[in-house]
Ligand binder design. Structure first.
Ligand SMILES: *[C@@H]1O[C@H](CO)[C@@H](O)[C@H](O)[C@H]1NC(C)=O
Length: 164
C-alpha cells in the first residue's frame, strides 16, 4: 500500500512535469533523491514528498493531495477487506497478520526495514501458518506476478509476497 503512494507521486510528477517549467530537471532530481534515500523512514519520506509538492505548488500539489486522499480511502477499504479475510484464519496466523500490520503501520522504520521485519516474522512462523498465510494472500490478491510462471517467485521468495 505504501509503495503505491510513491508510485502515485511519480505519476503526478511526470504528468505535472511541463507545468514545472524551467526548474523541471532540478525538481525531478529532488524527487528522485527522496525515493533513493534508503535512510529515510516512511514518515520522513512522506513528509519530504509533501514538502516537495507543497514547494512545487500549483496543479502538482493539488493533484498530489487529491491522490493522497484517494489513497487513504482505498487503504481503509483494503483494511476492512483484509480483516474479513483474516477473520477466517487460525489464531496463530491471525497473530502473525496483526504483527505484520503493526510493522506495516510503523512509520518510524525505513521501507527496507519493513521488508526485513516482515520477512523475519514470516520466516519464523510455523510451516502450517506460512501455508495458511500464503493461501489467504492468494485468495485476497490473486496469484499475482510473483506466483506466475514469469514471475521472480520461487521457493526462496515467498516471504516477499507477505509484505504486500
Ligand atoms: C517501530 O519500529 C522500531 C524499530 O524496529 C521499534 O523500535 C518501535 O517500537 C516500533 N514502533 C511501533 C509503534 O511499533
Amino acid at each position: 500500500m505504501f509503495k503505491s503512494i510513491f508510485a502515485i507521486a511519480f505519476v503526478v510528477a511526470v504528468s505535472a512535469g511541463p507545468m514545472m517549467g524551467g526548474t523541471c530537471d532540478a525538481q525531478k532530481q529532488q524527487l528522485q533523491a527522496i525515493f533513493k534515500d534508503d535512510s529515510l523512514t516512511k514518515q520522513q519520506m512522506k513528509d519530504n514528498l509533501k514538502t516537495f509538492f507543497d514547494g512545487v505548488g500549483g496543479d502538482a500539489a493539488t493533484k498530489f493531495n487529491e491522490m493522497q486522499t484517494k489513497m487513504e480511502s482505498m487503504k481503509t477499504e483494503m483494511e476492512s477487506k483484509m480483516s474479513e479475510a483474516t477473520s477466517k484464519l487460525s489464531d496463530a496466523a491471525k497473530q502473525i497478520t496483526t504483527q505484520m500490520k503493526a510493522i506495516h503501520d510503523n512509520m518510524s522504520i525505513t521501507p527496507a526495514q519493513e521488508r526485513e521485519q516482515i520477512k523475519a516474522l514470516f520466516d519464523g512462523a510455523p510451516e502450517a501458518v506460512k501455508t495458511e498465510l500464503k493461501s489467504a494472500k492468494d485468495q485476497f490478491m490473486g496469484p499475482g506476478p510473483m506466483g506466475g510462471p514469469h514471475g521472480h517467485g520461487g521457493p526462496h521468495h515467498h516471504a516477499t509476497t507477505a509484505s504486500a
